[in-house]
Design a protein around this ligand. Sequence first.
Ligand code: DLL
Length: 433
Amino acid sequence: MKYWNPSCECMSRDEMTKLQTERLIETVKRVYHNVPLYREKMQKKGIEPGDIKTLDDLKKLPFTYKDDLRDTYPYGMFAAPLSEIVRIHASSGTTGKPTVVGYTRKDIDTWSEVTARTLVSAGADKNSLIQVAYGYGLFTGGLGIHYGAERIGASVIPISGGNTKRQIQIMKDFGTTILACTPSYALYMAEVMEELGIKKEDLKLKAGVFGAEQWSENMRKEIEERLGIIAIDIYGLSEVIGPGVSTECYCKCGLHVQEDHFIPEIIDPETGEVLPPGSKGELVFSTITKEGIPLLRYRTRDISSLNYEKCECGRTTVRMSKVSGRTDDMLIIRGVNVFPSQIESVLLEFGDTAPHYLLIVDRVDNLDVLEIWVEMNQQLFSDQVKKIEDSEKKIRKAIEETLGISATVKLVEPKTIERSEGKAKRVIDKRKF
Ligand code: DLL
């Protein structure tokens, strides 16, 4: 099977423009009438739904930011009543509060459709055995891919993340053909396989759908070689729908955006101006079929570019380049989105530390590790070593409970972390992307 839905994936540009325009107009009406924040934002700009007539009018619309979701936490941006919402997911916000997204039954249907397209473009069909090792839960990775896999009639193995030896055992015994997880986890699995003496020839694995974090071409080569598979990059974000927003095909030259559901733009992150095709900038999405939480011009903070040329695979949808970075300080550690500000607020809850800290992120044996250095205050410094160790433990536990990631915490002497005269440098990321 080459495409899941050729009528949408291979549509002519004219047809796509017509469809997007109709859907955009409907979405603008929906949010104007159902979401007070959008009505206010549009009124501030002096525009009404009737002003949006063509795709070119998209640029008149206001941007949406992660903070808008936070400020209206939890349901303020929902455009459907809770009685119509059948699923809720959430991801990290810039502070303690997560950003919450809701799906109507139709949204779940759309999501299954776009993740089905994703899996098919990685070579899946109804004979595939798809091992979903993305986390299940509030994170969109696990359930998003799960529904797409069921939609195409493949057999899903909903193992979720973690328990690596068991993952490998199951992969071997069940004859998994497609692995879905973060690229760093795939590499870690390859390593554990080698330790267990399991060879790639012992597996039936053919492809992997890897995403949720940034990864390089070198990393792709390594995964492909060590697991003997084709590694496909898949992209998405909870606010827009989850995985399924865009995906590579076997040509591996950009990720096809599911344009009949999401309109991408590339903007200059400083001025907000729309940039021409091919320019690098911040990726912005407008959802045009979602009911639960439709978003206009959502600022992803991800850096990419757009290519409208037809792809060799036959799909006509625009391709975004592999995400090459972010315009903000969000880190993705073992697939979990983490803002330094969230760590800071945990640190500040403890009376015996000073607000000077450094986050050191590295990749050891293909796994992301986080080390937090934080200055202790004078009083703790003059205490016994035992007390300092207890504080480190307390902080580590609090970080794990609040952010869901493990970290090594090191309390350092007062005034040892370099002070800055401008923007504080709080993160040292030693990972190579
Ligand atoms: O990570 C959704 C997802 C799940 C995508 C599984 C792919 C596979 P969030 O937790 O909301 O959603 O995080 C979204 O992750 O803005 C990017 O910064 C980053 N990201 C996601 N996919 C990729 C990718 C899921 N393929 C944030 N390459 C996004 C680079 C990615 N970064």
